[in-house]
Ligand binder design. Sequence first.
Ligand SMILES: [Zn+2]
Length: 243
Amino acid sequence: MLKLERYKRNMEYEGISLESQQKLLKAKVLVMGAGGLGSGVIMNLAALGVGQIKVIDDGIIEESNFNRQLIHKYKNLGRAKVISAKDWISEYNPDIKVEMDKIKLNEFNYFNIIQGYDIIIDCFDNYEQKYLLNEIAIRHNKILIHGGAQGFWGQVTTIVPKKTGCLSCVMQKPKTFNKETFATFSTVVNTISALQAHEAFKIITGNGEILLNKLLVFDGLKSSFKTLTFSKNAACETCSKEF
Ligand SMILES: [Zn+2]
């Protein structure tokens, strides 16, 4: 028996249908990273009622995380982020099934991580992992919701293998990755993470238009958005084989 009282404000005037809410409750979403973007994505997925959430992160909670990573509590300093994330979800919405793994994604371990999940949200904080995840998603035909935040800027797009361009089509994969750490503000990172969760919401329920071949760019200095269009690059090393 579904407990729908919790979601009734999703379904009131101008909201979604009962059928859409049931789709959310049956959906499974894989969240790659439980840091700044991951925190916001997890909070929003749990509030929407996404029935199963899997969280992947190999990190532990550090003092410098608290300027933006809203699900992690100070008492959990030094604990694994995935355990903190699981606890947060279970305390907020005990009906959600949570899976988690304290592991760093690589070429050899990804198969078990992605198995059973068709929607992946990229909440990694570095482009080396983002490009690896992009390649895995293309190879295994998974929808990938990309998000990134640096300083006052952020961006979101949804990558659908065989249908849209991929991360490498938007920004060519660099030969080497810069290890420089950029500033990340709670307000910017949580704007982007909310938009990533919103993409998942639309994909699952079939409401609205998805950011396909569109990069939504947030300028936090002006508080404005721009939508840039892109297309598949026929010479893309990652997805051109999928044409
Ligand atoms: Zn591509």
